[in-house]
Write a protein that binds this ligand. Sequence first.
Ligand SMILES: *Cc1c(COP(=O)(O)O)cnc(C)c1O
Length: 479
Amino acid sequence: MEIQMPLSSEQLAELYVFTAAAAVDARENSEHAGPYGTADAGVLRGRFLEATPQSGLNAQAVISSLVENSRDGHLGTTGKDFFGWVIGGSNPVGVAADWLTSNWGQAAGLFETAPAASIIEEVAAEWLKDILHLPEQFSVGFVTGATVANIVGISAGRSEVLRKAGWDFEEQGFYGSPKINIVVGAQAHTTVFHALRFLGFGTATIVRIPTDKEGRMGVTELRSECSELEGPTIIIAQAGHVNTGAIDDIKAITAFAQTIGAWVHVDGAFGAWARASDNHRWQTDGLDQVDSFATDGHKWLQTPYDTGFVFIKNEAAHRRAMNISASYLPAQTDGTRDPSHFVPELSRRARGVPVWANIKAMGKHGIAKLIDRHCELAQIIRQDLEETPGIHIVNQVSLNQLLVRFGDNADDAHDSDAARAVLLRMKEQNKSFVGGTDWNGCWVMRISVISERIDEMSAKKLIENIKEAWSLVRSPTRS
Ligand SMILES: *Cc1c(COP(=O)(O)O)cnc(C)c1O
């Protein structure tokens, strides 16, 4: 039996320097190789599949093999040409801070287990509230993403609306409890429905409010649907429809919710960041009034995966829902923040560290500018594509998202085929990455301007690539 010896400081330095060089290389390579990632499952499996290693390999060889085997198996999300899904660019300063986080090996659940990390997170939470123009009162949990942030926000709402109805959820659970009405915009993100199932609310029991053409919850419809509901109620709104980018009328929804004593949670995975910009903040009016909302770090804030935030106005409700305590886990009593008291996990990566670093690197103004620039680029893309015969932008483009339909706009099946063909061409070109989605029964191209390195040049390049793909699909003889 071999025993792995600890690395000498020379070996450690070699390992880390080697890794840093590989990281730089990966960023540069992704620019050259194209954003799609050309290695398929078979290729990747062929490289990685082997019997369980029996004895250990030397440290540098491990990393080297990781780099080598995964080549062409990464999407170019950190580059300028990535417009797929809603994916941020993993700012290098955040990445570097994240390495340190792992290197420090802190279990960032409690101040006791990770003093510096806890204070950094405490400070980052205050900065986030400032950047997002939120009142002091909100408590913040640093979670893995908006999915878990939705779970935490809704779970705090669940116990608070029951507490107001005289029921202690933490003690009694759902057995015999009053029924909670769950009211959701019909086009809520799939993770909201996931969060609800996870929390014990069956999909069939959800009241779905009809939406407008952009996917915004109808406020008139909300009022009339709720007029017959009695008892504890949670209303879930949305800031940033995953396809259109549209933001619900949060102000009106919150004003109505107050009249019936409902808890309002908002899924603001990327749209909540409109608040950081003086030009777009109005779209999120009322977000400072809600009971809870979710947003992501790894989207518009460009932190590395996985980072999201839940903001909850009632700190006591937040803490009740997330309470973890034991005698061997000493909690602070002087107001110092214990990170795990606001999230589901006890042991956790110090997510506040890359957040702190990204905010410090970009600054409040830099973040606002980035959001403005992305929204402006979305308008440039819209205007240009709209003028192209046979290309139609089917959403309003109020933020950073575009939906593009190809064809004569008469027949969904025909235009869906056209969009699929254009998307296939885009993939073959491997120059600009775009996605696709169903929009009201028609397959369309989905463009998201959210990754930090997207600039005017790469937006123009995207436009040209789309036009080229479309012209080839439209008149295949020219190909
Ligand atoms: C991305 C997204 C989510 C899910 O967030 P994760 O970061 O993937 O957990 C939820 N809602 C909306 C609107 C999103 O865009």
